[in-house]
Ligand binder design. Structure first.
Ligand SMILES: [Fe+2]
Ligand SMILES: [Fe+2]
Length: 348
């Protein structure tokens, strides 16, 4: 969508302004209805912008906080291969945070502002990362279930109405697929290993299964933002719809892994054409959301510490950029432009 931009503000009487506003709203709604992408310079309702900033910020925060539980196991990975895979995965998550903070910046909100809100507890990240990683098998369970749930949630976001968010999600989803597969493969190796390894894999699945189901958010009837987000095509499916899809995907995978899902009520419903499953403990979900999960304190204080300890890196990067800024300007001669700086120095 490019027809209506924020620059096209109508000057004139209040009546003319009202007509112009109505036109802009109509153009925005028509673009959304036609499945066109809204781009940063397009006019958009304030509430649409605010909803996107809130969702993208929460998503970005989840990516970087999510690095912590798994990074906990990098030094104790059981082989060089596993260590290399885990390091690459954790690094991918940092990259996802970067794409998403950048996408949020296109809406006029700086990364600094969003990080300040995260550190002050004014914006959230996914509650799943407030659970501890107690054994090596947790790295597998996170890949299989947590990254798996993330993919189920995020694939529809590749068609989200806001262009920069949708495009960031395309790349993120490709990387998340690798994460999910490495987790599955790790769990498979443990499940087929010794009795103790199998038990460790089962214990990890027991602990991560229910929190993974909670990742889809509250049930539809209790989800405050869902309806408007669906109308704006930011969200394409309801929380419960995605949760059911995830359960349907996981049941045969658990069977192939030789592991049990810790829910005696899971069964195939022929009539509905999907699995039924047991009741989710929403009190636990609310408690973790309110800051009373096992690791809430630890995660946010570690994040604040990492941010403070990284101040010199940000300062150095800013100083480097400032130092090299004049070299980018048009004050250089054409000859200087054609020769890389290091080449000039070496031959001088
Ligand atoms: Fe990610
Ligand atoms: Fe991931």
């Amino acid at each position: 969508m490019a027809a209506v931009t924020a620059d096209q503000t109508t000057q004139g009487t209040l009546g003319t302004q009202d007509v112009a506003d109505a036109d802009r709203v109509a153009a925005f709604e028509a673009a959304v209805a036609a499945d066109e992408r809204i781009e940063p310079r397009d006019w958009m309702p304030d509430a649409y912008r605010a909803t996107l900033v809130r969702q993208m910020a929460q998503h970005a925060h989840s990516e970087i906080i999510g690095m912590q539980p798994e990074a906990n196991w990098i030094t104790r990975a059981p082989s060089l291969r596993r260590k290399a895979i885990l390091m690459a995965k954790v690094q991918d998550e940092a990259g996802h945070g970067l794409y998403l903070y950048s996408a949020a910046e296109t809406l006029g909100t700086s990364r600094e502002e969003l990080l300040d809100k995260l550190h002050a507890g004014r914006q959230r990240y996914s509650s799943i990362f407030n659970y501890p990683t107690l054994t090596w098998a947790d790295v597998g369970a996170i890949g299989w279930l947590v990254d798996g749930a993330a993919i189920t949630n995020q694939v529809p976001l590749c068609r989200c109405s806001y262009g920069p968010y949708a495009r960031a999600m395309v790349r993120i989803c490709k990387e998340e697929s690798f994460h999910q597969r490495q987790g599955y493969e790790l769990l498979l190796a443990l499940s087929r290993g010794t009795e103790a390894q199998h038990a460790m894999a089962q214990d990890a699945v027991n602990r991560w299964w229910w929190p993974s189901l909670m990742m889809f958010g509250p049930p539809d009837e209790a989800s405050s933002h869902s309806e408007q987000s669906m109308a704006w095509k930011i969200k394409r499916h309801s929380n419960d719809e995605l949760r059911r899809r995830f359960v349907d995907i996981c049941v045969p995978q658990a069977e192939a892994l030789g592991l049990e899902l810790p829910d005696p009520d899971i069964r195939w419903n022929e009539e509905l054409g999907r699995h039924e499953f047991g009741a989710i403990d929403w009190d636990e979900f609310q408690a973790v959301l309110k800051g009373n999960g096992p690791c809430n304190e630890q995660r946010i204080s570690q994040r604040r510490r990492a941010h403070e300890e990284g101040a010199w890196v940000r300062d150095a990067a800013a100083a480097h950029a400032a130092k090299h800024a004049p070299a980018q300007s048009s004050t250089r001669t054409p000859a200087q432009h054609s020769a890389p700086a290091h080449h000039v120095e070496e031959t001088a």
